[in-house]
Ligand binder design. Structure first.
Ligand code: NAI
Ligand code: MG
Length: 360
């Protein structure tokens, strides 16, 4: 079958890593036609939205953008943000707009060691790191609630309120998602993260729901950890974690930490899922547009390619996803690495090596 994918490279290294991911996926599909067993193809449509588009048109995406996206099988996203546009404008105008309108309430961010990649944690060879951060992606601290008291602006007395929204429905669905995911893993454990000692309303609701949902999964080990302690645990006891479920902001921060511990922000993959499949899900690397290295062929494409593997899983092609994952491991294991992970290969070198590994 043919999967229709909307590609939104957006800004900075987004264009470089999306091009890499597309090339690798097309190589995979071409090969599937060759052996004709379960052949599939990708039909790409690219959208020019992002900060450059904003500077030309005053809009991060077209007014009918969501309408045009809604019938695709998936969205393959690069990264949004550029120094010439305020980050809250670019993020809300494109990425968060898609996530929220398409009810992509589960953001899945796996992290694991890759062969050949140095991690700050890999002191002894037996240190393990293989976890999935499950991020609540529809409410919490990114609900967009609050405002600025513009009346006092410029007089030194301005006040701003930024509220977090937690609903029982929102908490319960992300926790069930995390528990169901834990059941598919060797280590059946869910760690819930809050700051419920200091944030006494929403996060206490989160804790209550977590305890209630956990009772339905007696076969899954659980723990509740405060986010500050969890940051330390990521570094000190990574082998003790399997599925980590956290609110929008906490999971955002923890997953960047997790990918840095694996070796680089450029390695981390993510899926923004609408589990009910009423809307397309969106697959994107965890990293941003990296203006400091954009346009120089230095971007690590592995995060974007790993996100493509998550997309294949979502399409019901787990064997192809595993094949792609193997190609990633073969490439890093052979020492074909971009600068962020200590190598000197370009984005294109790594992409070519991934395609060679697929065909090997
Ligand atoms: P960033 O993730 O773009 O960069 C942080 C550091 O990681 C930089 O030193 C960068 O060079 C490095 N890095 C990132 N991706 C890499 C890759 N593929 N290969 C090698 N090195 C890589 O985060 P930063 O600098 O905080 O934000 C830059 C812009 O990206 C901002 O406008 C921000 O709002 C936006 N952003 C967008 C996200 C998204 O679209 N999902 C997520 C995070 C930030
Ligand atoms: Mg982030």
């Amino acid at each position: 079958r043919t999967f229709r994918i909307a590609a939104i490279p957006a800004d900075g290294v987004g264009a470089e890593v999306v091009a890499a991911g597309r090339a690798v996926l097309d190589a995979l599909a071409a090969d599937s036609r060759a052996d004709s067993q379960g052949a599939f193809a990708f039909d790409w449509q690219e959208f020019p939205w992002g900060c450059g588009y904003y500077e030309r048109t005053g809009k991060m995406m077209d007014d009918d953008g969501l309408e045009r996206l809604k019938d695709f099988d998936a969205i393959y996203f690069g990264a949004v943000g550029w120094p010439t546009v305020p980050d809250h404008v670019s993020l809300w105008g494109l990425r968060l707009k898609i996530c929220q309108n398409f009810d992509q309430w589960a953001n899945v961010r796996p992290v694991h060691f890759l062969p050949g990649v140095q991690s700050p944690l890999r002191k002894a060879d037996d240190t393990e790191l293989d976890w999935v951060v499950v991020r609540e992606n529809s409410e919490g601290e990114y609900a967009g609630l609050g405002g600025r008291n513009l009346a006092g602006r410029g007089q030194g007395g301005e006040v701003a309120v930024q509220s977090a929204l937690f609903t029982e429905v929102g908490c319960e669905r992300i926790m069930r998602f995390a528990f169901d995911l834990a059941r598919t893993r060797t280590r059946r454990k869910v760690s819930s993260v809050t700051k419920s000692n200091a944030q006494q309303y929403g996060m206490v609701l989160w804790d209550d729901v977590f305890r209630r949902v956990a009772a339905d999964y007696p076969d899954v080990e659980t723990e509740s950890v405060l986010v500050d302690a969890m940051s330390a645990k990521f570094v000190l006891r990574p082998e003790d974690l399997s599925v980590v479920v956290a609110s929008n902001l906490n999971a955002d921060i923890l997953s960047d930490l997790g990918s840095a511990l694996a070796g680089s922000l450029g390695l981390a993959a993510s899926a923004n899922l609408n589990p009910e499949r009423r809307f397309p899900s969106m697959f994107e690397p965890v990293h941003g547009s990296a203006p400091d290295i954009a346009g120089q062929g230095l971007a690590n494409p592995i995060g974007a390619v790993g996100s493509a593997a998550l997309m294949l899983e979502h399409f019901g092609l787990p064997d192809q996803a595993a094949r792609l994952q193997k190609a990633i491991e073969a490439t890093t294991g052979a020492g074909i690495l971009t600068r962020d992970v200590g190598g000197s290969a370009s984005t294109e070198d790594v992409t070519k090596a991934l395609i060679d590994a697929l065909n090997a």
